[in-house]
Ligand binder design. Structure first.
Ligand SMILES: [Zn+2]
Length: 415
């Protein structure tokens, strides 16, 4: 049985990790920065060495293609993103890109010719750290980004995404040419670090994702009345923070009662005027709700809204915005089964999982069949310089995807 090469995986990840704007303080690699360009050149060189034909699209996604026996058939695409958050880790993104490089190398090494073309992809701008727009590249591939949007998204220096792309030699005005039709992709398989503790704690080799959670975010503004903390009697107060605390203390229970791994988080809370001796007159807080079931997601959103309503009144006014609502995304069941079968054949332990975070795979699910494989994150840590996955664990994930890809590209050996 063919196995991926752990040493090569380690070498690629360590090399890509050197392309950081913050050496010694984690990975900081914006897509259109000098470090992004260094990573790009490295990835392209590795694709060429693995015998792939390399091209970059109009916004800088890198594709390495092994055409195979029937060039007009749709591609089996594998990969992930190569940008990072500021001071992030070496594995979020690159683990999946390196999976693609390693599988192409295995095809090359073992003289495998696919019937369906194999395409390795390294995507830009997944994190949204440059322009505040996560999943930008995969959204562009799905036809969900316009040239106008690229002109109006800005980085922290006030430079537009389009200008950054042009500066790097790309053609944002041609963003429509980036779109891939469902007829051009047979399947997309991504490997990603788990970014949570489940696999490590259960001593499981690979997580096979069957659903990416639905996400809703609410921004809630509670308005009361300011007053002197010493001279306003307790009975004549309209304290926005006291009202807020009654709301916040219940929101977690709604998620717990909904079950099915539904989660709800109040992660941000701003108190105004925020003075030690002033009764708070305004509080703004966020609620992040996630669930694999649309019904449970909607239930917790509704419970949260009515809880806010019930705890207002008596001079307390509320306002709720919902800037984000994404339905849960089920991934392809037959691809999930194939990944499971190959994991079993390789003697690996696996677990069917829900992805609590959004990934490029979620967007590809609108175009083609999608598979997503997680490998364990040490201490569940991610978006942190100490983010870590053992190279042997990545190798196991690559093995599962390699054998699945070999099967679905209908690859055969030549001499
Ligand atoms: Zn990622």
């Amino acid at each position: 049985m063919i196995h991926a090469n752990t040493g090569r995986i380690q070498q690629h990840i360590e090399q890509i990790a050197t392309f950081t704007a913050t050496p010694g303080q984690g990975t900081t690699r914006m897509s259109y920065s000098a470090q992004g360009k260094q990573a790009r050149e490295y990835i392209k060189a590795q694709m060429l060495a693995a015998g792939l034909t390399v091209r970059e699209d109009a916004i800088g996604n890198i594709f390495g293609k092994l055409v195979g026996k029937e060039p007009t058939l749709p591609s089996v695409m594998i990969g992930s993103h190569f940008d990072s958050v500021p001071h992030g880790g070496a594995f979020d993104g690159p683990a999946g890109v390196v999976m693609g490089l390693e599988i192409a190398t295995l095809f090359h090494e073992h003289r495998l010719t696919p019937r369906y073309p194999l395409e390795v992809v390294a995507l830009v701008e997944e994190e949204g750290a440059s322009f505040g727009r996560g999943l930008l590249a995969s959204c562009a591939i799905a036809g969900k980004i316009t040239a106008n949007e690229l002109d109006t998204l800005y980085d922290s220096e006030g430079i537009s995404a389009a200008a950054r792309m042009t500066e790097s030699g790309f053609h944002p005005e041609g963003v429509n040419s980036v779109i891939r039709s469902p007829q051009s992709i047979k399947a997309f398989i991504e490997l990603h670090i788990e970014q949570g503790p489940v696999l490590e704690q259960s001593n499981t080799d690979v997580g096979l994702v069957d659903t990416i959670v639905g996400i809703s975010q609410l921004i809630v503004t509670i308005t009361g009345k300011a007053g002197h903390a010493g001279t306003t009697p307790m009975d004549s107060r309209q304290d926005a923070l006291v009202a807020t605390s009654r709301m916040v203390s219940q929101i977690g229970d709604f998620a717990r009662q909904a079950g099915g791994a539904t989660v709800a988080t109040v992660g941000k809370l701003q108190v105004f005027p925020n003075g030690a001796n002033v009764i708070p007159n305004k509080v703004v807080f966020t609620v992040d709700i996630r669930s694999k079931s649309a019904d449970r997601l909607n239930q917790v959103i509704e419970q949260t809204k009515s809880c806010i309503q019930q705890n207002a009144g008596d001079g307390i006014i509320y306002h709720i915005e919902q800037p984000l609502y994404v339905q849960p995304t089920p991934l392809d069941p037959s691809l999930h089964q194939s990944l499971k079968r190959h994991s079993d054949r390789l003697g690996l332990s696996s677990k069917t999982m829900v992805s609590g975070a959004g990934h490029d795979a979620m967007i590809f699910a609108g175009i083609c069949d999608v598979g997503l494989v997680f490998v364990p994150s040490r201490n569940g840590l991610s978006h942190h310089p100490d983010e870590w996955t053992d190279y042997q664990q990545i190798q196991k994930g690559v093995d599962v995807i390699f054998h699945t890809v070999k099967e679905i590209t209908e690859a055969t050996q030549y001499d």
